[in-house]
Design a protein around this ligand. Structure first.
Ligand code: NAD
Length: 439
């Protein structure tokens, strides 16, 4: 959604006079190569060999050193999961520094480590924790759309590491930068690369417009049958989204006491099952705290948090979400960093992080994952209404120096919904271009 300022600074004249241009990010299109250019895989970690074979099977050219290719690198994967002491971190520099100089536009750096929470030796914990500071700092140095992210394995998390590394290498993670994803030992693979959600039924709330409409489109593109849910007042727009994705529409206020059971009833009667629920419906009622009336407080807490707790009861109950199900909640960086004028919204979105971390272990034995995605500045109708200076600041204060698109949020949700992402649960994945806020 380009406004006048964006149109001006990206105009041919502005380009000619040297106004710095944000890099056009590489975004996922089914059938595209996973990554453009050879991938350097090194570091001697526990997953290096299996990652190399997996990437080669996916048609990627894997090299062991920068000297093995004359092309610019599409990505660097440094597996330091076996590093035990700080001396071994020198590999980050010896492998990484010459390779970073050879990165192509929109390249990826992915570091793989062992989750420090699973270690007890102080030196090992310190060494593995160092990887986080490294990758987040490198993310802030990379240019031209390149990103750096960290995957932390809990135990022998081979499938989880593969899935997370592939996500970070792909165009699906275009606006995910400076993030850490933890993966556990749960096994899970995605056989169908073009339609990884084939046969799944997904419910998306707040689907009539904005990020929700895009989530519906991306989940459908990836093979899911979508139930698009939104307020009765959004009926026309909702019907259009449902038609476009060849799914069904359910007019429903998510704060209704029976919202969860109506979702279960609709999805099971019309489509036979529910596999994925995306709690996207959300509202803002911004005011400085001292001016916030009861209605603005209550409505934001109830739409953004209370309703989700209630709906989950029915969705996780008899006849609801099946084995291997997925729940994804839309949090926000306002729930992590806080935001002036958004005490109600920040509280609701932080509450969702609590929900995700507490619920995930409770449903783990049913193979159900519960995660949150926390968008940063995303170009939507909501952010187009933000005053000019604040909006422009929101766009720029991140490592990629631009706002994200609804599609970037949708791609992260689509990945978390895949069978292959079974090892990722209880996580909060920021889709924020490595925003400086709450980083
Ligand atoms: P939006 O306002 O464009 O769309 C929200 C949708 O939710 C609307 O279609 C609305 O009708 C629906 N909705 C609201 N209350 C509802 C209710 N009670 N029952 C059913 N549907 C309801 O918002 P968006 O920008 O697309 O944001 C989507 C989600 O992402 C929200 O949860 C928002 O908090 C979160 N988010 C957005 C941004 C951003 O930059 N746009 C950043 C962080 C988080």
């Amino acid at each position: 959604m380009a406004d006048l300022f964006t149109t001006l600074i990206t105009s041919p004249v502005a380009k000619k006079v040297g106004v710095p241009q944000p890099t056009r990010l590489r975004r996922h299109t089914p059938g595209d190569p996973l990554v453009e250019g050879p991938v350097l895989v090194a570091g001697g970690g526990r997953f290096e060999k299996s990652l190399t074979s997996r990437l080669e099977e996916a048609g990627v050219t894997v090299v062991a050193t920068v000297d093995d290719t004359t092309e610019r690198l599409g990505a660097i994967v440094m597996d330091l999961s076996a590093a035990l002491d700080p001396g071994e971190l020198a590999q980050l520099r010896s492998i990484g520094a010459p390779a970073v100089k050879r990165l192509a536009k929109n390249a990826r750096v992915v570091v793989v480590g062992t989750d420090p929470a699973t270690l007890s030796d102080v030196g090992e914990v310190a060494t593995q924790r160092a990887l986080e500071g490294f990758s987040r700092s490198l993310g802030k140095e990379l240019r031209f759309g390149a990103t750096a992210n960290l995957v932390l394995a809990q135990g022998d998390a081979t499938d989880g590491v593969h899935s997370a590394v592939e996500f970070f290498l792909s165009g699906r993670s275009a606006y995910v930068d400076g993030q850490v994803v933890r993966v556990d030992e749960t096994t899970g693979t995605t056989d169908e690369t073009l339609r990884p959600l084939a046969g799944k039924v997904a419910v998306v709330t707040g689907a009539a417009r904005g990020i929700g409409a895009e989530i519906a489109a991306v989940l459908a593109r990836d093979g899911a049958t979508v139930v698009a849910v939104d307020m009765p007042a959004a009926g026309e727009a909702l019907a259009k989204v449902a038609n476009d994705v060849r799914g069904t529409a359910l007019q429903l206020d998510v704060t209704a006491a029976d919202a969860g059971s109506r979702i279960v009833e609709h999805a099971t009667q019309r489509h036979g099952r529910i596999d994925i629920v995306v709690h996207n419906a959300g509202i803002t009622r911004d005011r400085l705290f001292v001016n916030l009336d009861e209605a603005k407080w209550d409505s934001v807490i109830d739409v953004n948090l209370g309703s989700i707790l209630r709906m989950n009861e029915a969705i996780l109950g008899q006849g609801g979400l099946g084995e291997g199900g997925r729940i994804v909640c839309l949090s926000s960086i306002a729930g992590i960093a806080g935001n002036r004028g958004q005490t109600n919204y920040g509280a609701s979105k932080a509450g969702l992080i609590g929900l995700v971390t507490a619920l995930a272990p409770q449903v783990r034995d049913r193979g159900i994952t519960v995660n949150a995605v926390a968008p940063g500045f995303i170009e939507t109708e909501m952010t187009a209404r933000v005053p000019f200076a604040t909006r422009e600041m929101g766009r720029r204060i991140n490592s990629l120096q631009q706002g994200g698109l609804p599609r970037d949020v949708a791609e992260a949700i689509a990945w978390l919904s895949q069978p292959g992402a079974a090892a990722v649960t209880g996580q909060v994945l920021r889709v924020c271009g490595q925003s400086w806020l709450g980083a």
